[in-house]
Unconditional design. Structure first.
Length: 162
């Protein structure tokens, strides 16, 4: 508040980034926290190709196979992460949820320049969690394939951004 009783607007510079860290086999991945809508057990999520939570339907995303890993369905730590960009909603099964982390922006590193192909659209960078390398996944890539899957079921053609 100023001396005249007026509020003074200030701009805060965000110096940190928040991520939900999940595990696929031995691969740690970070999902930007603003897209996380919830975490369910497999029993809560059910076995269908959709999960409905709080009136919102989330389409199944097989992110594990896109990352080249197989999930162990008997794993008691398995969870279903509900993720959204505001337009597309996806539910992905993960081997384990490590937890939410907050890191300084300078601790988020871009991919090294020798990565020159489509992986640059999958992974926006890396960071560290508990002395382990974590891949920061691009939300558009995580949810982008969903458009092709849904469109394929309805017979429509949709171009993917990934």
């Amino acid at each position: 508040m100023s001396l005249r009783g007026h509020h003074i607007a200030t701009t805060a510079v965000v110096q940190t980034a928040r991520f939900l860290v999940v595990r696929f086999d031995r691969i740690l991945c970070a999902l930007p926290s603003q897209g996380v809508r919830g975490v369910l057990t497999p029993a809560e999520a059910g076995t269908g190709s959709q999960v409905t939570a709080v009136g919102i339907t989330y389409q199944d995303i097989d992110l594990a196979s896109r990352l080249g890993v197989t999930l162990d369905p008997a794993n008691s730590d398995m969870r279903v992460v509900l993720y959204s960009n505001g337009q597309t909603n996806g539910a992905m099964r993960v081997e384990a949820v490590i937890g939410m982390i907050e890191v300084e922006r300078e601790e988020c590193r871009p991919l090294p320049s020798h990565f020159q192909h489509e992986e640059r659209t999958w992974i926006s960078g890396t960071t560290m969690c508990k002395d382990e390398l974590v891949l920061i996944l691009t939300p558009e890539w995580v949810l982008g394939e969903l458009g092709e899957v849904v469109a394929g079921a309805t017979g429509q053609r949709v171009l993917s951004a990934s």
